[in-house]
Ligand binder design. Structure first.
Ligand code: PEP
Ligand code: MN
Length: 364
């Protein structure tokens, strides 16, 4: 009991900024709340793991086919609240409609998450934002099923406008048209860019990215190395018998083993990695653009070479080159670039052009 109380205090769910509380924390619990014994037994075992700071449990399940198990609804909320009362773990569930929000509040749910299938629909997100107006509860926003950063950001903006001040991003991977070992392809650059643009903590839902138990550990490590403040992991007291997502759920014991194998990074290094990954992506784009420009320049230079050959003009036109280089030096220095860099780069480019034109001259 004492350790559970510690969990509650450490989560600091009343704090305006959730990131210190979520750093290196685990949100665990079953995909779906199925019955009283299942959620209580799972919660009790999870409460023994210090890193577990919140208990998740799906009450309304968005299923692909209509005859699948669609969650226990209000009855499940009674059991989830019981699990909270017994373990002191704060509880988190998915809401997709204003009625869900109302019921969740009635049963003392501590935080809500918005599922990937809901975030794709701005009408639904707006309805939820309206329902949450004036309700002071943390909202965890999953990425939309499609790899659409603007749509994900749009959902945050709708909640922000409704006055929801404690927002957290959950990365759960994206539907992908190619074969892949993942259930939902991670596309790490999208959550990284999200956290560059919005100042929100980032949780990685490795269970829905992987879709199987085998990939969980390496994917969780990658998430922690790259960008994540914490992880969401589906846990079930008897995963093979789970009514939803059986293949990806693990026992609380397996979670304990997995956590022991993970290296948690300091918050600082986490942010360093995240910022670096964003900047490196930009540098890669710029380098690719530079290559395109160089190729285009060489092409024009070759056309000039052909012209010079036909008109019997020498390849090297020293006066013209001196003029060009002087102009580049002036502009470059205005841009804060060192004269040595400008000289080196453009001498190399010019030399390559001369070599190319000389080869054209030789090719009689
Ligand atoms: C879930 O967390 O159980 C769930 C339905 O997730 P998602 O919205 O990411 O598919
Ligand atoms: Mn699930």
């Amino acid at each position: 009991m004492e350790s559970s109380m510690m969990n509650d205090m450490h989560l600091g769910i009343d704090e305006a900024d959730l990131s210190p509380a979520l750093t290196n924390s685990i949100i665990a619990g079953p995909c779906s709340v199925e019955n009283e014994e299942q959620i209580l037994a799972t919660a009790r075992a999870l409460a023994e793991i210090p890193e577990v700071k919140m208990l998740r449990g799906g009450i309304w399940k968005p299923r692909t086919r209509p005859d699948a198990f669609e969650g226990m609804g209000e009855r499940g909320l009674v059991w989830l609240r019981e699990a909270k009362q017994e373990t002191a773990l704060p509880i988190l569930t998915e809401v997709a409609t204003p009625e869900h929000v109302e019921l969740a509040m009635k049963y003392d749910i501590d935080a809500l998450w918005i599922g990937a299938r809901t975030v794709v629909n701005p009408f639904s997100v707006q309805q939820l934002a309206d329902a949450l107006q004036g309700v002071d509860i943390p909202v965890f926003v999953k990425n939309p099923v499609s790899p659409d950063l603007k749509l994900w950001i749009g959902a945050f903006e709708r909640f922000q406008k409704a006055g929801v001040s404690r927002l957290v991003a959950i990365h759960r991977g994206f539907a992908y048209y190619k074969e892949s070992p993942y259930r939902n392809y991670p596309m790490w650059e999208i959550p990284i860019e999200l956290t560059r643009q919005l100042n929100v903590p980032l949780i990685t839902d490795v269970s829905h990215i992987c879709g199987n138990r085998e990939l969980l550990l390496p994917t969780a490590q990658k998430a922690l190395d790259l960008a994540s403040d914490g992880l969401m992991i589906e846990c079930h007291i008897n995963p093979d018998e789970a009514l939803t997502d059986a293949k990806q759920q693990i026992t609380p014991d397996a979670l304990k083993t997995m956590l022991a194998a993970l290296t948690f990074r300091s918050k600082q290094s986490c942010h360093v990695e995240r910022d670096l990954a964003g900047w490196r992506g930009e540098i890669d784009d710029i380098d690719a653009e530079l290559l395109q420009l160089l190729a285009r320049r060489m092409e024009i230079s070759a056309q000039i070479g052909e012209y010079k050959k036909q008109n019997n003009v020498t390849v090297v036109q020293m006066d013209r080159w001196k003029q060009v280089l002087d102009g580049l030096m002036v502009t470059g220095q205005e841009l804060g670039l060192s004269p040595i860099l400008i000289n080196k780069v453009f001498e190399a480019i010019h030399q390559a052009s001369i070599d190319r034109q000389a080869r054209i001259m030789e090719d009689e």
